[in-house]
Write a protein that binds this ligand. Structure first.
Ligand SMILES: Cc1ncc(COP(=O)(O)O)c(C=O)c1O
Length: 425
């Protein structure tokens, strides 16, 4: 059975829940920093901010020597607020919306363009002399089709067959293509590495006169289930750095190699704590029924199970030795899809859990990536609080739960009195 990660103690997690309420995300900064070491075969590690834009997380990754990849104006602001220099931020997208264009211009950010249009957009901004191109190599992989970011069904990246046109467009705008980037999906299998390297090699040939830097993207996963294998970052780093050396030798200059992980750096260093609020049962007179443990977190807190049928190991604090039976776990939202124990297509996937009582604390494991980052205020519920444990072991509230009253006041402020007649008590 999966146990709590080494950085977490039941006593401290219980304290955090008592002090800051539930649902609450908890991150351990020291173990996030320690994860960076696996990428030693790369010249640069660029954190995909989308995986966890919490300021404490970003700052500790910056302190560990990691640079950042932002995909929106908001993520640029987050990175700046965490102390990243503009030179350490790359803006990756398939288009420049107005806000992003303004941020790129204001902070002179290097752009990683994922479409031919975006090359034009950067050229039209004026004053830029270099650009990175994200390539769609014609295939992709990922833990779910929804996060497979290569191949003909993906909107991401410049199709490999369009690289000569990309070259012409960049040249027409006076942009040197100094970087080449590929990211075929999130939760990729190592088997795809050789083909991805080969595709990158062909792109390096197209831009052999200007390329200085190559990025293999992110996508490295973590063992969400006990039986899952560790992603072999070192072996993948070795394969890419061997290729980098071959390209460098061929071109007669050293090409830098970059990785852009998100999940790998933060997933295991975060848990979500949620309180058991009750139980509902559909078993009476029905063999196909389930016990539903009802908790105060839902898909507004952690959407991954709903979106991808993603597995998160669940455990009840203080009951690791108790007898268990298969049970479902569900949240408070008004949707039957608000269930943590489901696989793809919403198929029920109960987990072995002990008998629970109201007030028990449940731990949702491996919740540090794409957890709080994807949370919403659905059902007018607050975004969850986020707590970071610093190197000295002290827990700090980084973001309190978003106060719904504040949202209501903001709505009221812009409305005529007839549409918002009642001030909150
Ligand atoms: C361009 C890009 N880079 C990096 C990542 C990080 O992926 P992961 O968290 O799977 O490492 C993503 C996420 O989908 C991405 O779109």
């Amino acid at each position: 059975m999966k146990t709590l990660p080494a950085w977490a103690s039941e006593e401290q997690l219980a304290d955090i829940a008592r002090q800051f309420g539930t649902p609450v995300y908890v991150y351990d900064l020291a173990s996030i920093q320690a994860r960076v070491g696996a990428f030693r075969g790369f010249d640069e590690v660029r954190f995909a901010v989308k995986a966890n834009p919490n300021l404490a997380v970003l700052s500790s990754l910056r302190q560990a020597g990691v640079s950042s990849d932002s995909v929106s104006n908001g993520e640029v602001l987050k990175a700046l607020a965490a102390g990243f220099e503009p030179a350490d931020i790359v803006y990756t997208a398939d288009l420049l919306d107005r806000e992003a264009a303004a941020a790129v211009l204001e902070h002179r950010l290097h752009v990683n363009a994922g479409s031919l249009t975006m090359i034009d957009q950067v050229g039209e901004l004026g004053g830029f002399d270099s650009i990175t191109l994200r390539i769609n190599p014609g295939f992709g992989d990922g833990h779910d089709d929804k996060v497979t970011t290569g191949g003909p069904n993906s909107k991401h990246g410049i199709w490999h067959g369009s690289l000569p046109e990309a070259r012409q467009r960049a040249r027409a705008h006076g942009l040197r293509v100094t970087g080449l980037h590929v990211h075929i999906g999130s939760g990729v299998r190592e088997d795809f590495v050789p083909d991805t390297i080969e595709a990158m090699g062909r792109a390096v040939d197209v831009f052999s006169d200007t390329v200085e830097r190559v990025s293999c993207g992110g996508g490295m996963s973590i063992p969400y289930r006990e039986a899952d294998r560790e992603f072999d970052v070192e072996a993948v780093g070795q394969a890419w750095s061997d290729a980098r050396d071959r390209w460098s030798e061929k071109l007669g200059r050293r090409i830098a190699l970059e990785a852009e992980p998100g999940r790998y750096l933060v997933a295991q260093s975060g848990v979500l704590l949620t309180e058991v609020c009750g139980v509902n049962d559909t078993r009476s007179g029905n063999e196909e029924g389930h016990t539903f443990i009802l908790v105060d977190a839902g898909f507004h807190t952690l959407p991954r199970p709903l979106l991808y049928g993603a597995y998160h190991h669940l455990s009840i604090m203080g009951k690791s030795d108790a007898a268990t039976r298969p049970q479902m776990v569900a949240g408070p939202l008004c949707e039957s899809a608000d269930v943590f124990t489901q696989t793809k297509g919403g198929v029920p996937a109960p987990q072995d859990l002990p008998e629970v009582e109201r007030g028990d604390l449940m731990v949702v494991h491996d919740a540090g990536a794409y957890g709080a980052a994807m949370a919403s205020c659905y059902n007018s519920r607050p975004l969850p609080a986020e707590v970071a444990i610093t190197q000295d072991g002290v827990a700090h509230l980084v973001r309190p739960a978003l106060d719904v009253r504040r949202l209501i006041e903001e709505e009221r402020a812009s409305l005529p009195a007839s549409l918002s007649p009642t001030a909150l008590p």
